[in-house]
Design a protein around this ligand. Structure first.
Ligand code: NAG
Ligand code: NAG
Ligand code: NAG
Length: 463
């Protein structure tokens, strides 16, 4: 059994002459963007095993192209290495997370630009993947992630087992070879060196951290706090401007107090669109808060449900890509997806609320989901439609019934970018989107214990 793990599409920022008539241009602020359509598709088998002996799963959660790995081959194809990072593992919660780790996966990309539709097996040749190695985030037999006295309060397995526990949803490689992980339990941004040792952590303002009714920090993964990040809706998005070394972390959807939850503390997807993105300069001695803005996520036309964001990617001048989607598709809730897009937003005209009263949980920026009058949100626009029928067909894929291996995956959660390296199209980039398969396989193994999630692969058996 296979799960779709990769889709690549082409993005051109800024326009110039010569582009084909069918390309649609999107304008945002000072720039124009053109989607040139999908060019490649590949998969990693759902029962692939890493060098620690565990099933490789959840790798779409966080991905980046390893710096310096990307090159044009002598025959004109492209090659490079993805660094991918699973989330909390197949049994994901605070207590039962698995050993955090990152995988390196080499790829060869042969972009398909023909007009004929490929069948599925032909499409798989456009992006081939080969697993290379895994680095655990630890040293020796113990996790090397146990908090120290200089750390803020951090989520632990339990008071009897005071090891740090992570739910990693995003990854950035810094210019010095260290890397930053966006996490969902905090929500925190953790800093690791290249050999997998934790060397720092950024805790966002008090408005973000989960507080209980006594106003104390309490990290829980199976309930919503009174204020702060929603359960499972932390820093899904993390990206970096490598020139200025500014990190940007974005919440999957609104904080509890900003409309994430209703009055009873239950998730409210009709009021949760006003999420926040926060920026830290990390080029100095210690991270410095640089900015914070409200981003209005898209909503479904019928019920006004928030299309939460699973990843962001910096693309210059205050502008970002955002991977926004529903939960349908292969391995998801239903077969037919109605929204899977890589959209664009810009914070250039938005109000910077960093250090303002909105960093205090008693001052929501969007009470009940309604944005306060004195805050201008980011400008947001639709961009790449990943479930566009013609685009899917070109690569042998489809949306909706039947639920077979050519059904578009449900949980797209990772984005990565690489230049096309074409002298005539210097502003062209490839954008990779990667799905998180939630470790769904009928042939899995974790910690030496086999597992079979076959009957749990939600949509496949919930028609
Ligand atoms: C181009 O070269 C790479 C190795 O550098 C190889 O994997 C790939 O299959 C080649 N592509 C074609 C179209 O021959
Ligand atoms: C990472 O940090 C650990 C612990 O401080 C140190 O022993 C190791 O040498 C560092 N690795 C690199 C590549 O800097
Ligand atoms: C992922 O798999 C776990 C374990 O089978 C399950 O409890 C959870 O609901 C799944 N998550 C989603 C989003 O389907």
């Amino acid at each position: 059994m296979y799960l779709y793990t990769w889709l690549s599409s082409l993005l051109l920022s800024h326009i110039y002459g010569g582009e084909r008539a069918e390309y649609v241009t999107f304008q945002l602020g000072r720039h124009s963007y053109v989607n040139k359509g999908p060019v490649a598709f590949g998969i990693l088998p759902s029962n692939a095993v890493d060098s620690l002996g565990d099933t490789i799963g959840g790798i779409g959660s966080a991905v980046t192209v390893k710096r310096g790995s990307w090159f044009v081959t002598s025959n004109g194809s492209f090659a490079g290495t993805f660094i991918t990072h699973p989330d909390s593992g197949p049994h994901g919660n605070l207590k039962d997370g698995y050993q955090t780790r990152q995988h390196e996966i080499d790829f060869v990309l042969n972009p398909y630009e023909g007009s004929k539709n490929l069948d599925y097996s032909e499409a798989l040749k456009t992006l081939t993947l080969s697993y290379q190695r895994t680095q655990a985030e630890r040293s020796g037999p113990q996790w090397d992630t146990t908090p120290t006295s200089s750390d803020p309060a951090l989520p632990l397995v339990s008071s009897a087992d005071p090891r740090l526990t992570l739910d990693t949803e995003s990854i950035v490689e810094d210019v010095d070879g260290t890397y930053w992980l966006g996490d969902e339990y905090g929500p925190h941004v953790y800093h690791f060196n290249s050999s997998g040792h934790r060397i720092g952590v950024i805790q966002p303002p008090r408005a973000y951290v989960p507080l209980n009714s006594a106003g104390d920090i309490e990290f829980v993964s199976d309930a919503n706090p009174v204020t702060g990040r929603m359960e499972g809706q932390g820093f899904e998005g993390l990206t970096m401007d490598h020139e200025t070394r500014v990190l940007y972390a974005m919440l999957q959807s609104a904080l509890v107090q900003d409309g994430g939850a209703d009055k009873d503390g239950k998730e409210s997807d009709t009021t949760s669109r006003h999420t926040r993105i926060i920026a830290y300069g990390v080029g100095g001695e210690s991270p410095e808060l640089k900015g914070e803005w409200v981003v209005p996520l898209p909503r479904s036309a019928s019920k006004g449900k928030t299309r939460a964001s699973s990843e962001i990617l910096f693309c210059g001048d205050g502008t970002f890509l955002s991977l926004s989607r529903d939960g349908d598709g292969e391995g998801g809730n239903g077969e037919k997806s109605s929204y899977k897009q890589i959209d664009l937003f810009s914070v250039n005209g938005a109000t910077n609320i960093a250090g303002s009263k909105y960093d205090d949980p008693s001052h929501p920026v969007a009470p009940g989901g309604k944005l306060v009058d004195d805050v201008v949100p980011a400008e947001y626009t639709s961009f790449v439609d990943m479930i566009d029928k013609k685009s899917l067909k070109k690569l042998g894929l489809h949306n909706g019934s039947p639920d077979d291996e050519t059904l578009i995956a449900s949980r797209w959660e990772g984005l990565a970018i690489a230049p096309v390296c074409d002298a005539e199209n210097q502003d062209d980039y490839f954008v990779f989107a990667i799905a998180d398969n939630n470790f769904s396989t009928t042939d899995g193994i974790i910690g030496g214990v086999p597992y079979n999630q076959g009957l749990d692969v939600d949509s496949q058996f919930l028609r």
